[in-house]
Design a protein around this ligand. Structure first.
Ligand SMILES: Cc1cc2nc3c(=O)[nH]c(=O)nc-3n(C[C@H](O)[C@H](O)[C@H](O)COP(=O)(O)OP(=O)(O)OC[C@H]3O[C@@H](n4cnc5c(N)ncnc54)[C@H](O)[C@@H]3O)c2cc1C
Length: 68
């Protein structure tokens, strides 16, 4: 199988992290771009990750304190 995966790294809260694994405030990522499996593509495993990272990202982003 041939596949390309890449994108910004994220933690379990779907926060995008910097090269030292520190979360970048207010920046989230979901879906295939930045997949946890980017280093080892697992056929047919993308959609489950898209669904749960979308839910986690939406929930956590909505709970952020609004900018004044
Ligand atoms: C042929 C094929 C078969 C697959 N089969 C499977 C399978 O069997 N099982 C499985 O789990 N996964 C499968 N996948 C992978 C799965 O479909 C993808 O991982 C998943 O759809 C990615 O979802 P996403 O929301 O991350 O990205 P996408 O579905 O690519 O959504 C990104 C969206 O952003 C939009 N967009 C892009 N740029 C902009 C912009 N500048 N402004 C606004 N919108 C923008 C695009 O139009 C698009 O609608 C398959 C993929 C392909 C191509």
């Amino acid at each position: 199988m041939v596949n390309t995966n890449g994108g910004p790294r994220r933690n379990v809260n779907c926060q995008i992290v910097d090269p030292d694994s520190n979360p970048i405030p207010r920046l989230y990522g979901a879906g295939e771009c930045g997949s946890f499996w980017g280093w080892m593509y697992q056929g047919a495993g993308n959609l489950a990750e898209c669904m749960w990272t979308g839910r986690v990202t939406g929930k956590n982003a909505a709970e952020e304190t609004p900018w004044s």
